[in-house]
Design a protein around this ligand. Structure first.
Ligand code: 15L
Length: 291
């Protein structure tokens, strides 16, 4: 059984993936926040992606890494820089030094959010990030490319749409991915014998997709779900967009988000998330000092 590290395991995507992967791999879960309830074949290792020493410790002895860790939405530059850019470097560098063979990187639709909705894009398009968050995902793809070409790491980049049990709105009808479809893609990323460097879209087989996902299909991906089953219900609840740009571009509200650029405009939701992250980092550092 392969040993697989899952960073950002306490987050919502990690929590949806864990039951899907149960019994298939020996899972080492890592996050800033402790996870108390573990399933069989799961262990936990506290780790902050912003610290190279933590990443060197948690990546030791694993066969593959699913890197979900970092900040999952648009945020202030300092947050994105530490969690996603420095964090991504730390993860790849620690994997290289520890001889980890394969990394699955959770990139995002927001690396390409400034493509229009009336175009279909494939894995060969150049990134058009819609936010600082999107830039950090494009950075992760590029560091993956460097580490694949220069050091021979095997890198599988999944441009994930929106992971949820059901599609949430009109935009998500085009980018939705069910947990079981994402898990199928993850298994391909871990087990396919011929991965060098690949970019695929982490989306279900949606009729309204903006992606030509033939690269994933070539590697054996056969999604089970299609958001179309839920389209009528989702569209009936859809509210008109306040900003036309969010309707034109694939990235939706991320193309207009300015949070963090001007701290006075940071939304209460982001403020709360930043406070929790800061608190957890402080707690983790304190605990370490006590030891
Ligand atoms: C993402 O990349 C985010 O991590 C997630 O929280 C959603 O916002 C998703 O994109 C989306 O575009 O819906």
């Amino acid at each position: 059984m392969k040993t697989v590290l899952l960073t950002g395991a306490a987050g919502s995507v990690g929590s949806m993936l864990r039951p899907e992967l149960a019994g298939k791999y020996r899972m080492r879960l890592s996050d800033l926040r402790p996870i108390k309830k573990l399933m069989p074949d799961e262990s936990f290792a506290l780790g902050d992606v912003g610290r190279l020493s933590d990443m060197l410790r948690v990546t030791k002895g694993v066969d593959a890494i699913i890197h979900l860790g970092g900040f999952a939405v648009e945020g202030p530059w300092e947050t994105i820089l530490r969690a996603n850019i420095v964090g991504c470097y730390n993860l790849f560098e620690a994997a290289r030094r520890n001889g980890v063979k394969r990394i699955l990187f959770a990139t995002s639709n927001h690396a390409c959010g400034f493509y229009r909705r009336d175009e279909k894009i494939d894995h060969r398009v150049y990134p058009r990030p819609d936010s600082r968050y999107g830039v950090s995902k494009a950075f992760g793809e590029q560091i993956g490319s460097l580490y694949a070409d220069k050091y021979g790491l095997e890198v599988f980049c999944m441009r994930i749409g929106n992971v949820a049990t059901l599609p949430a709105d009109k935009r998500r009808l085009s980018i939705w991915v069910s947990p079981r479809d994402l898990a199928q893609l993850v298994e391909i990323g871990i087990d396919h014998p011929e991965i060098k460097f690949e970019i695929v879209y982490g989306v279900s087989g949606n009729k309204r997709s903006w992606y030509d996902n033939s690269n994933a299909q070539r590697l054996g991906y056969q999604p089970q779900d299609d958001s179309e089953r839920h389209a009528e219900e989702v569209l009936a609840k859809e509210k008109p967009a306040k900003d036309l740009r969010t309707e034109i571009y694939q990235g939706g509200t991320f193309v207009a988000a300015e949070i963090g650029g001007d701290p006075s405009r940071t939304t209460p939701k982001v403020k709360a998330k930043r406070a929790t992250v800061k608190k957890t980092v402080k707690k983790t550092v304190k605990k370490k000092k006590v030891k």
